[in-house]
Design a protein around this ligand. Structure first.
Ligand code: HEM
Length: 501
């Protein structure tokens, strides 16, 4: 018996040394981080509920100063939230490959722009970049304005009582991306189809988090044997079924009526424009297919990517923006005054020309995206050694960039938890590190839809504040962030909309 125990103890000690004292482990474990456990490294610390995992990330960010590591043999992750290291990683093409964390998105988005790499990513980025060119955005502005009016109408029926803004906002943003980039109206679909699509996306978020925190879910071979994998198959069927329908309907429309070329879209030399004509995203992809530049699967990948990235992110941004504005009556007054100054007492719609004049509103949205970045965390695979904050990080390590903690770093922002739109006044931004504020990431893999997103948020907030004042219900201290691809509260985000007299 004694010898059995002795052998087991000896084997465990060997395992501990093998896992935690090899060359890579020694380099990574030099970086500060949570205390390691015997053999398992930091694994036990990560096995916690979705909300607690997010709390752990926040407390690790507070305990450390811009960098910490997590080590679970054979996976090492360096976590950064200081602007110098962020710049080193995101500005360099060498480190622009997404990490293995994104593989959980692959069954859904496959080789779409968000997750693809190498020449495939480069070719697709080149094809898709012109879809958000200024002249195309101009055409989209009208669609966004019409959608905002419908959004305001739906709010009209819910005034004077607390409402969860998340479902109505995500309806608005899903409508907007469908009508602009996909050229299709959600009103053509039945309600249960739309709700099933949105619910499936939400449920996929739960699957991703489970795969992230439980090692046997993380590896495909063990995940594929579990009931969770079969649940995921069901969600994917719903999501892919919906986007397939969007593509089929648009293709049929084009075959019947031809492609809608956006008329006043002038052509410049600096953008790749299909056949020197500008069209909305899906039309461009369908045409590119005719030229053999992309196949059906490629189109589906990009439509899935843009439908998700193009609606869930802006929905998160707007929900938290309304919540925080509800807590700042003085800020609402200033936004309203700015809108009145630009539009007078006219009832006309907001136009593309009005948007650059809404400077205070823009600062408010920026500040809201600082405190509540819809994509709170991104991750890269380091394929080469790199030096970050005076530590040598070996190739093969994941690099997690915590945008949320970067944006709340006390060394970068005075009173970081305070909502203060004037931080973004030009005179107050002097000397701020260019990588201290990256809600849309930065460098070659930055957000392709950022101008669209800012335009959509500006139009929506302006139209809502023209008609309503906002009263606080959910407070910033009530927010319990869950681990997901997009920033979400565990519960509803409630606001009361009160009609202006
Ligand atoms: C407030 C709204 C938005 C925020 C905060 C946001 C943020 C981001 C961030 C941080 C990334 C980098 C992701 C990474 O490195 O893993 C990204 C990438 C991307 N975003 Fe957005 N996004 C927003 C809206 C949109 C919209 C409206 C679209 C499409 C219409 C879009 C499409 C994409 C795509 C396709 C990528 C991948 C780009 C690439 O890797 O080349 N996003 N976004």
């Amino acid at each position: 018996m004694f010898w059995y125990l002795f052998l087991i103890a000896g084997f465990l000690c060997f395992l501990h040394i093998f896992c935690n004292y090899n060359e890579r482990a020694r380099k990574i474990r030099k970086i500060p981080g949570p205390e390691d456990t015997f053999v398992l490294g930091n694994a036990p610390a990560l096995m916690r509920s979705s909300v607690d995992l997010m709390k752990l990330a926040r407390s690790l960010a507070k305990e450390n100063s811009g960098i910490y590591r997590l080590w679970v043999y054979p996976l090492g992750a360096v976590n950064i939230y200081n602007p110098d290291d962020v710049e080193t990683i995101v500005s360099n093409m060498k480190y622009n490959e997404k990490s293995e964390i994104y593989k959980v998105l692959r069954p859904w988005l496959r080789d779409g722009l968000l997750v693809s790499k190498g020449s495939k990513w480069q070719e697709r980025r080149k094809i898709l970049t012109p879809t958000f060119h200024f002249n195309i955005l101009r055409q989209f502005c009208q669609v966004l304005e019409d959608n905002s009016q419908r959004f305001v109408e739906s709010l009209n029926e819910m005034t004077g009582r607390p409402i969860d803004v998340v479902p109505i906002i995500s309806e608005f943003t899903l409508n907007s991306i469908c009508e602009t980039a996909m050229g299709t109206k959600l009103s053509d679909y039945n309600r249960s189809e739309i709700n099933a699509y949105k619910d499936a996306i939400y449920n996929l978020g739960y699957v991703f988090y489970q795969r992230f925190i439980k090692i046997f879910y993380f590896f495909d071979f063990s995940f594929n044997l579990t009931p969770l994998s079969r649940r995921q198959d069901g969600y994917l069927k719903t999501v892919h079924g919906f986007t397939k329908k969007v593509i089929a309907e648009r293709t049929e429309y084009i075959n019947k009526y031809g492609m809608k070329i956006l008329e006043d879209a002038a052509v410049d030399d600096d953008t790749y424009v299909y056949k020197k004509k500008k069209t909305a995203m899906l039309d461009l992809l369908i045409t590119a297919k005719k030229e053999g530049l992309i196949d059906d699967i490629g189109i589906q990948e990009e439509v899935d990517t843009f439908m998700f990235e193009g609606h869930d992110t802006t929905a998160s941004g707007l929900a938290f923006c309304f919540m925080i504005l509800a807590h700042h009556k003085d800020v609402q007054v200033k936004i309203f005054a700015e809108i009145e100054e630009i539009l007078g007492d006219s009832k006309r719609n907001v136009t593309m020309e009005d948007l650059p004049k809404m400077k205070y509103l823009e600062r408010c949205i920026k500040e809201s995206l600082r405190l509540y970045p819809p994509v709170p965390f991104i991750s890269r695979s380091l394929n080469e050694d790199v030096r970050l904050s005076n530590y040598d990080i070996p190739a093969g390590t994941f690099c997690h960039i915590h945008i949320y903690d970067l944006h709340r770093h006390p060394a970068l922002y005075k009173d970081p938890e305070q909502f203060d739109p004037d931080r973004f006044l030009p005179e107050n931004s002097v000397g701020r590190h260019p990588y201290a504020y990256i809600p849309f990431s930065a460098g070659p893999r930055n957000c392709i839809g950022q101008k669209f997103a800012m335009m959509e948020m500006k139009v929506a907030v302006a139209e809502v504040l023209r008609k309503f004042t906002l009263e606080p219900v959910t407070h910033p201290e009530d927010i319990r962030i869950i681990a997901d691809a997009v920033l979400r509260n565990e519960g509803p985000v409630k606001v009361t909309f009160v009609k202006r007299q």
